[in-house]
Design a protein around this ligand. Sequence first.
Ligand SMILES: [Zn+2]
Ligand SMILES: [Zn+2]
Length: 262
Amino acid sequence: MGFEPTRAYSAQGVSNPPQWTVLCDSSRLLYYNIVSILDLLFPKYCVGCKKIGDYVCDACFAKIALPASVPCLVCNRPSFSGITHPGCKGRYAINGVIPSVSYKGVVKKLIYAFKYKPYVSDLAVFIASLMHELLIQNPVWISTVRTKPTLVPIPLSSQRLRNRGYNQSEILAKELGKLSRIDASSLLLRVKDTAFQSKLDRKERKKNVLGAFAMLDQDPIPKTVLLIDDILTTGVTLFEASSVCKKAGVQEVWAIPFAVEE
Ligand SMILES: [Zn+2]
Ligand SMILES: [Zn+2]
């Protein structure tokens, strides 16, 4: 993929969200005053090197890399552009992965902060803006968006949701939906609490997530679903969520993880 993240999006980032640009000047002035007071009280630190100023400083941002390869979620071997191999395509198989960045260095810290720190909504805007900037340069995303898709976050288990208080993928889906003007809807439910996946191998993980999801009744069923998740590790969760969507009647399903573990 021959594109690179730039900082062009930062003009629409944390300190200048696009929804504010429609407000009248006095409201905007009030907003900026509040923002500067908040910046003084709670200054932003780079999640990578702790430099004051932004959540990711320019030096750390420059180190963010695109994934060198993306796995086919059916056979786990590398796939050109993330599209499921023609030989792996089955009736309910996911169509492919449209990734943004590689799960390395500052991206790891960014995702950790997004999951466990209190400034989630700011980070969601930051991450969604970066995702959006990269996705709109990806030909697979461009052609998929033409099919009027729905963004669907991967739901958390109820235990994790209780512990964390929010689903980071749901927040990400909402922010990305605003930027890309695509509907975001929590159409998937967790119907089975799954054991923590980190200590399981791929085969055990597959077994673990089997039957974990159900799709809410929809009329009409969306033709295309884009599954939003913060990170793709083995891909078994996205694969299972996709097959649930396809069995419910969705024609095309793509995984849209922010970061891909390589
Ligand atoms: Zn930094
Ligand atoms: Zn394959």
